[in-house]
Design a protein around this ligand. Structure first.
Ligand code: WT7
Length: 645
């Protein structure tokens, strides 16, 4: 029923919008007919030191080559800061709202410039040079943004690791990209609870002999160990340097950052984004998808540890001279009204969050929302996973008061920015659909054999041609890049998502079709959780699948076979959950662990995950063909002992 509902563009929204329906159609047509011309024009939205003459050089076949604006030079920090100073030195660049509701601050563009300049000078004084990798492991404090921009300013490549990852996960990411410089804080603070960031770094560095320096922000003031010669306090170093820091001239294709993300196999991949195309694309999408106007207060609730934080807290908004809000805390602290109180307190106009947060807040009822005015809100956004129509309608009615369009933005770490999304002034909305591609984006739905499907259809989502924000390689492993994204359907970028297209040409993302699961908008490879489980001395074998979860979207369901002689007990179940938290981080905690005397395998020994997924989804009637199993009886046992049946 709700899928049939269509919401028109409110007249007020269309009137002031940068792009209305007619303009969208015109831009889209132009972007397909003259793709190079379209992006040549869009490239001018940022400042170049040496303007580009070449726009695009892309080959999705063979070794795969993607280059945009590749003879141009620029500096990202100069674009996000310096070029705004003549007009908006005194305008707020960042509003920071602390975990503690009584603490917030405003940082102007001039102050941002000074902080980033000092930060860049500290990095340079410690010998960090263009091209060096710097790992950032930080809470959501302004220094995280300063650190990113300081790296960009001096041409260092940042790799941010989400503060919820364990020391082991952090160490793996430090070693993979060979960072010798780490930026962290004493502790993080989330929902009143402390996160021992510096202690985690200390533990991680036992496995990282190449690290020479750790720069530490004093945030909570908690006691931390400082290793002489290696660890430095930011505030002490800042007192030694000035604010003038010359931006490094970077080629458009020089790396800007690495961000690790999970795939269906192996360890997390270092997704590499470069300088020119990424910034053009972050700016383009931030301006048009959020219909950003001068003076708007914009809030994206993501963490800078994820790509959403990179593109839509820091780079996109600051490239556009926006005021971006950065929130340290969580939606339900001190209570379930927090998001809405922050909206009222800072007069937020544009609010961008994840379906999992909406579903969790929905459960608290309407009262926490109703007690806030929310009259500054003009536009709502959603990102990270499919939003179920029920949550969409609640968000629209209770938070948006029927007045605010919702942009359901589909994209990925790999895409650098939003690819499929409504434009608020142009697109009629259907709850649960990411609607239509942005100008310059050419989605294709293919069947299992790679045949491109026409009209209304369902299949696997590919993108036919490049856009400037696309990742360029997997750090240190270009072959893995080509194999992962361009070999399944040769000549196309394969997203890993399933998708339906309806009779109006609207796209409905149905979720991952590979062994990647999406838990509360956090991406996880089932293989990673499995290898954490089998690393436990009592575990012989493990298979992990996703299952539908009311709040998280997907939960983590683990089938565990113990070594012979080991007893399945409640204590062991808890121990395994703790074990995975320690190995990967709290976001990877299994929700359900089922003891499996055996796993369903083919005669050649391959685990049949299709069957495990069905059991976890409680779809016993629909297990499909089990005749190729080596021992069909194991399935009956698994069905009989399904958790929470
Ligand atoms: C995967 C990418 C995009 C930044 C945050 C997640 C899923 C993301 C949507 C959406 C349906 C979505 C996809 C995608 N996804 N946004 N609006 N509707 N699904 O980035 O961690 O790289 O995950 O998230 O499955 O492939 P990520």
């Amino acid at each position: 029923m709700s899928e049939q509902q269509v919401f028109d563009v409110p007249a007020k929204v269309a009137e002031r919008a940068l792009i209305n329906a007619a303009k969208y159609e015109q831009l889209y047509r132009q972007s397909v007919e003259d793709n190079v011309g379209f992006w040549r024009e869009q490239g001018r939205r940022i400042d170049w030191i040496k303007p580009y003459t070449q726009v695009k050089d892309v080959d999705y076949t063979g070794e795969v080559r993607i280059r945009w604006y590749y003879d141009g030079t620029l500096n990202v920090a100069a674009n996000c800061i310096d070029r705004h100073l003549p007009k908006r030195a005194g305008q707020t660049a960042i509003i920071w709202e602390g975990d503690d509701p009584s603490i917030s601050k405003h940082i102007t563009y001039q102050e941002l410039s000074d902080h980033v300049g000092r930060f860049g000078n500290i990095l340079r004084s410690k010998g960090v040079k263009k091209g060096d990798r710097v790992t950032i492991y930080m809470p959501m404090i302004p220094e995280a943004a300063y650190a990113m921009l300081a790296c960009a300013r001096i041409g260092a490549v940042h790799s941010i690791v989400f503060g919820g990852f364990s020391p082991d996960s952090l160490a793996g990411r430090i070693v993979d990209c060979d960072s010798r410089f780490i930026i962290t804080a004493d502790e993080g603070l989330r929902g009143g609870k402390k996160v021992p960031l510096k202690a985690n770094v200390d533990a991680a560095l036992k496995q990282c002999p190449g690290v020479t320096d750790v720069l530490v922000v004093r945030h909570t003031g908690g006691a931390v160990h400082m290793e002489a010669g290696r660890d430095h306090w930011l505030h002490e170093e800042a007192a030694k340097v000035g604010v003038d820091c010359k931006p490094e001239e970077m080629n458009a294709e020089d790396p800007l950052f690495i961000l690790y993300t999970s795939g269906s196999t192996g360890k997390p991949k270092g997704v590499l984004h470069t300088t020119g195309g990424y910034l053009v694309y972050a700016s383009f999408t931030h301006q048009y998808v959020f219909d950003y106007h001068e003076g708007d207060i914009y809030w994206c609730t993501a963490d800078v540890g994820w790509v959403t934080g990179h593109s839509y807290i820091v780079y996109g908004p600051l490239a556009n001279g926006a005021t971006t809000l950065m929130f340290e805390g969580v939606p339900n602290y001190p209570d379930a009204s927090r998001f809405w109180q922050v909206c009222d307190k800072h007069k937020v106009n544009i609010f961008y969050t994840a379906p999992t947060a909406i579903r969790a807040l929905m459960r608290e009822g309407e009262a926490p929302v109703q007690k806030c005015k929310l009259d500054s809100l003009r536009l709502l956004g959603s990102v990270g996973e499919p939003i179920n129509p029920e949550a969409w309608l609640w968000y629209h009615r209770v938070v948006g008061r029927h007045r605010c369009p919702i942009v359901d933005t589909w994209w990925q770490t790999e895409t650098g920015g939003i690819l499929i999304s409504p434009l608020p002034g142009a697109t009629k909305l259907k709850p649960g659909s990411a609607t239509r591609p942005l100008p310059g984006v050419m989605p294709e739905i293919v069947d299992a054999n790679g045949k491109v499907l026409d009209g209304p259809c369902e299949g696997n989502l590919c993108i036919k041609d490049s856009w400037p924000g696309q990742m360029r390689t997997v750090y240190g492993d270009h072959k893995r890049f080509a194999d992962t994204y361009f070999s399944t359907y040769p000549g196309k970028y394969f997203t890993g998502d399933g998708c339906r297209r309806d009779e109006d040409g609207y796209y409905w993302i149905t979720g991952r079709v590979d062994d990647v699961i999406n838990v509360s908008g956090h991406r996880m490879g089932t293989a990673e959780v499995e290898s954490a489980l089998v690393a436990h001395p009592k575990v012989a074998e493990a298979a992990v699948v996703g299952y539908p979860h009311d709040i998280k979207g997907q939960g983590i369901y683990a089938y565990v076979t113990l070594k012979s002689g080991e007893q399945p007990t409640e204590e062991l179940r808890k121990e395994l959950v703790q074990w995975v938290r320690k190995e990967i981080g709290p976001i990877a905690s299994p929700d359900l662990i089922q003891w499996a005397p055996g796993l369903p395998k083919t005669r050649s020994g391959k685990i049949m995950r299709r069957i495990l997924r069905k059991i976890a989804e409680n779809e016993f009637g629909n297990l499909g063909d089990t005749s190729t199993l080596a021992d069909p009886n194991v399935v009956n046992d698994l069905v009989d002992n399904r958790m929470n049946k």
